[in-house]
Design a binder for this molecule. Structure first.
Ligand SMILES: C[S@@+](CC[C@H](N)C(=O)[O-])C[C@H]1O[C@@H](n2cnc3c(N)ncnc32)[C@H](O)[C@@H]1O
Length: 218
């Protein structure tokens, strides 16, 4: 989606993707990445996700990237933290409590910024892109993530014709085919989550599955 779409969503607080709890797949599978305490974790398209507080609580330094300044401000407000704000060119870095959120466009992040990250976490970032933009996102992610870094990817899949995204449907086959050249992909878990998603039930979407994958940058 274009930046204007997301700025409007944040302006109107139409943020149905935001979870009021930590993502259960993150809680169940993060430990399987075996990342050391103190290692740095990149969170692309982070929104104001509380998952970043979970990652910080595991002893990680967190580096998020988010287009919307409202999201960034609301994140630190919810964490009762006063962020230090520093501008670097077109990106504005907000930091507090071991969490640095870079406000600006993911596509113009420099490789150097992410080079120290040994881990990454993608929930509702890959699936935020329609199919025709998803490859560009995946390419940029692969360009940013250093070799050997380990990450957790959480996706949604459903019959795309039943609903217009976002979120967009991403199948396990898509993950294997399009991320496989850059990342070793290990499926971890796949669950039927239709019952917990009233928007999908209302639109008579026949099935909805959420899946977690371990990714290791080749
Ligand atoms: C579906 S939301 C997911 C947010 C978060 N990962 C979560 O789980 O709540 C996608 C987020 O990506 C942000 N976004 C979209 N395009 C972006 C871009 N080019 N650079 C940085 N952030 C972007 C949007 O503002 C939005 O907050």
């Amino acid at each position: 989606m274009e930046p204007g779409f997301w700025h409007d969503k944040w302006q109107q607080q139409q943020i149905g993707f935001h979870q009021s709890d930590i993502n259960p797949f993150l809680v169940r599978h993060w430990h399987s990445l075996n990342l050391a305490k103190g290692s740095k974790v990149f969170v692309p398209l982070c929104g104001k996700s509380m998952d970043m507080e979970f990652l910080a609580a595991q002893g990680h330094e967190v580096l998020g990237c988010e287009l919307s300044v409202l999201a960034v401000e609301q994140f630190f407000e919810a964490a009762s933290a006063q962020a230090q704000v520093v501008r670097h060119g077109e990106h504005v870095h907000h930091s507090a409590k071991g969490i640095e959120l870079v406000q600006g466009d993911f596509f113009t992040l420099s490789h150097d910024l992410v080079a120290q990250c040994q881990g990454f976490y993608d929930r509702a970032a890959l699936i935020a892109w329609p199919a025709e933009m998803r490859i560009d996102y995946a390419k940029k992610l692969a360009e940013l993530i250093p070799s050997g870094a380990r990450g957790l990817l959480v996706t949604l899949d459903y019959p795309q014709e039943a609903l217009s995204g976002p979120p967009f449907a991403v199948s396990p086959d898509w993950v294997e085919t399009f991320l496989g050249p850059w990342f070793e992909v290990t499926p971890l878990e796949c669950q039927d989550v239709l019952a917990e998603n009233p928007r999908f039930i209302k639109k008579a979407v026949p099935w909805l599955s959420e899946a977690a994958f371990k990714l290791v940058r080749r």
